[in-house]
Write a protein that binds this ligand. Structure first.
Ligand code: 5AD
Ligand code: SF4
Length: 385
């Protein structure tokens, strides 16, 4: 009889998923499973998925498909899929139909109940009944009940909010993660106090899809700037970083707090997405190129050495060559320390996916390469300085 059981988690996508996998890990350990880095040794395999672009989804499908063989070899293996892909009804339906060997399919709001799904699968197998556990979309409150098994070395992730209200027209996040909900300030502060007291972490990274709108849904309201100040007032030797900021909500007050507080890393990730005002409007970003440049100027005035990074999407529907050049010139002008550039990927159910004037893949590909080559050149030149 087997005495030791192993779990293996495969995480796709953003830091939020990485952090949520830490929650799943802690549940697995509580159930008595031990971590294995080797998929072949696992008795419980979890895929924490990402839906942001088609490429991310294809990778997940490929990985899940490859498990069929393992399930044949090990009838006791339990396979679970969670994360953003399962929050989309059509994708979840497709997954459930196409991969009958997947035992558990659950949404991002149900992670805290993970143990009960695993137990239900085990029990059903014992009594030789159908064991599939499906628990999809149900937009819930922020779970504070399950601790995290921190796995990112000296960095501790701290979730401060979930969801997004912005509905940028290309983005699937508001549909799969629901509306913005902030964690109570006291819960965040006590989590950070514990992290600092443990003495194991040097950096605390605050996570949220749109951290700058933290606290707007709380009563009484708390601003992100206020939260930052109170975190920095905690005694101890640690640094604070956060992501992601939205240019429309990054206030002067927040920039001033970053500049003033020694504990906050001078490193701001500020996705611009495009340098052209017509495209920014179509994207529903609610700022202009000029407003974006104004924020950069303010940051550099107060913190000349602040690292600034950004995200860009090229080939948004109807984007002309000249409009792409506006993005190109913005990158050239700002000289970011680093950028991510993505080819626009239509996401079913979003406004932009239905727009006319979708751009051919070859064009997107060329534009993305142009932007990345420019960035490489800038980094080289700045490096020389
Ligand atoms: N296509 C391409 N890139 C996207 N992003 C978000 N949605 C899409 C999409 N549909 C990019 C944005 C965002 C980053 C996390 O992913 O640049 O900032
Ligand atoms: Fe998506 Fe825009 Fe929300 Fe970011 S702010 S998660 S890009 S909708």
């Amino acid at each position: 009889m087997k005495t030791k059981y192993y779990y293996h988690i495969v995480t796709f996508g953003c830091q939020m998923n990485v952090h949520e996998s830490e929650k799943l890990a802690s549940i697995c350990e509580k159930m008595g499973y031990a971590l294995t880095e080797n998929r072949e040794d696992a008795d419980l395999i979890i895929f924490n998925t990402c839906a942001i672009r088609e490429g991310a989804e294809d990778r997940v499908f490929g990985n899940i498909g490859a498990l069929k063989r393992m399930k044949k070899q090990n009838k006791d293996l339990i396979i679970a899929v969670c994360g953003c892909m399962t929050q989309k009804q059509q994708t979840a339906d497709y997954m459930i139909k196409t991969f009958p060997f997947v035992d558990i399919v659950i949404g991002t709001f149900n992670l805290a109940n993970f143990e009960s799904y695993v137990e239900a699968v085990k029990h059903a197998r014992l009594v030789k009944q159908k064991s599939r556990q499906l628990d999809l979309w149900n937009e819930g409150e922020i779970d504070e009940s399950v601790p995290y098994l921190r796995t990112s070395g000296e960095n501790a992730w701290v979730n401060i909010m979930q969801g997004c209200n912005n509905f940028c027209t290309y983005c699937i996040v508001p549909y799969v993660r629901g509306r913005e909900k902030s964690r109570k300030k006291e819960n965040i502060l006590s989590e950070i106090r514990e992290i600092v007291a443990s003495g194991k972490y040097k950096k605390i990274t605050l996570l949220g899809q749109n951290v700058n709108s933290y606290g707007k849904d709380l009563s009484p309201q708390v601003s992100f700037a206020q939260l930052l100040k109170e975190i920095c007032a905690i005694e101890g030797d640690f640094k604070v970083w956060f992501m992601t900021s939205h240019p429309k909500d990054l206030t002067d007050e927040v920039i001033e707090v970053i500049a003033k507080e020694d504990k906050i890393l001078k490193d701001i990730h500020l996705p611009a997405q495009s340098g052209n005002n017509r495209i920014l409007t179509l994207m529903n970003r609610r700022y202009t190129r000029e407003k974006y440049l104004g924020i950069i100027e303010k940051i550099r005035q107060l913190m000349p050495n602040c690292r600034i990074t950004s995200d860009f999407i090229v080939g948004f529907p109807t984007e002309t060559e000249e409009e792409f050049q506006d993005t190109f010139n913005l990158v050239k002008q700002v000289k970011f320390d680093s950028i991510f550039a993505f080819m626009y990927s239509p996401r079913e159910g979003t406004v932009a996916a239905k727009m006319e004037g979708q751009i051919a893949d070859e064009v997107k590909n060329r534009r993305v390469n142009e932007l990345l080559n420019l960035e490489k050149k800038i980094q080289k030149e700045e490096g020389k300085k």
